[in-house]
Ligand binder design. Sequence first.
Ligand SMILES: C[S@@+](CC[C@H](N)C(=O)[O-])C[C@H]1O[C@@H](n2cnc3c(N)ncnc32)[C@H](O)[C@@H]1O
Length: 263
Amino acid sequence: MSDFAKGDSCLLTDNKGRQFLLTLEEGGTFHYHNGYLSHDEIIGQPDGAVLQSSLGGRLVALKPRMSDYVLKMRRGAQVIYPKDLGAILVWGDIAPGLTVLEAGTGSGALTMGLLRAVGAGGRLISVELRPDHAAHAQRTLESFFGGIPANLDLRIGDVAEVISEVAPDRLVLDLPEPFSVVEAAVAGLPSGAVWISYVPTVPQVQQTAEALHQSGCFYGMRHFEVLHREWKVEGRSVRPNHQMVGHTGFITVARKTQPLRDS
Ligand SMILES: C[S@@+](CC[C@H](N)C(=O)[O-])C[C@H]1O[C@@H](n2cnc3c(N)ncnc32)[C@H](O)[C@@H]1O
């Protein structure tokens, strides 16, 4: 890993575990309850440097992992949490070289994971209905990747209108009405493509399942949620944390097929 440079993201953690995400600027200063630290003292330091604030507070400087970044970045739309990102990448079978169509871009959290997974040889088209969300995501993605990578195509519009043109290997939907996209997916997804959608409530899952089933072109449908419980491990105090993220969303995954015949 290279040393911190101007323009890099830096995650500072204090001795109570509080975290702060900053973008390093020459002449910039980070302030918190325990004094300040100038960005110039971080620039040139190695990843993992242990530094001191003006009041002697310990600050650990690390390059943020994608999961750190997603949890600390400024949000427009609700992001997909790391626990669900992992499941979407695996169950959506997002692999190097594939063409993936995503909607909505939202805050860009899922976009980061998808783009990393398709690699330089793959392609990600991410569509967002709301121009304000699209602009916010663009800024976030520029900051995370240090620019918009050539294989990321950010578009404004309705995803249903681009499925046929893109004919993606994978369709990844985090929007309120995935069921309204089924008709376009039937027309535009190649046979064998993976559909993966994410919604927060049971009626949305039910409507999505019904629409996929009634289309007669989706097979192997599964629905699940991901439960993630953090543990405290300190000396003899080894137990689950008192608090956890109790609910985020439900994932639906299915494969596009040729029209299924009842048997
Ligand atoms: C929950 S957010 C997505 C968050 C995103 N996955 C992330 O991790 O940051 C849902 C987004 O879908 C967008 N949206 C809703 N319907 C859409 C459609 N038909 N086509 C494209 N985007 C749509 C909304 O404007 C909203 O920004």
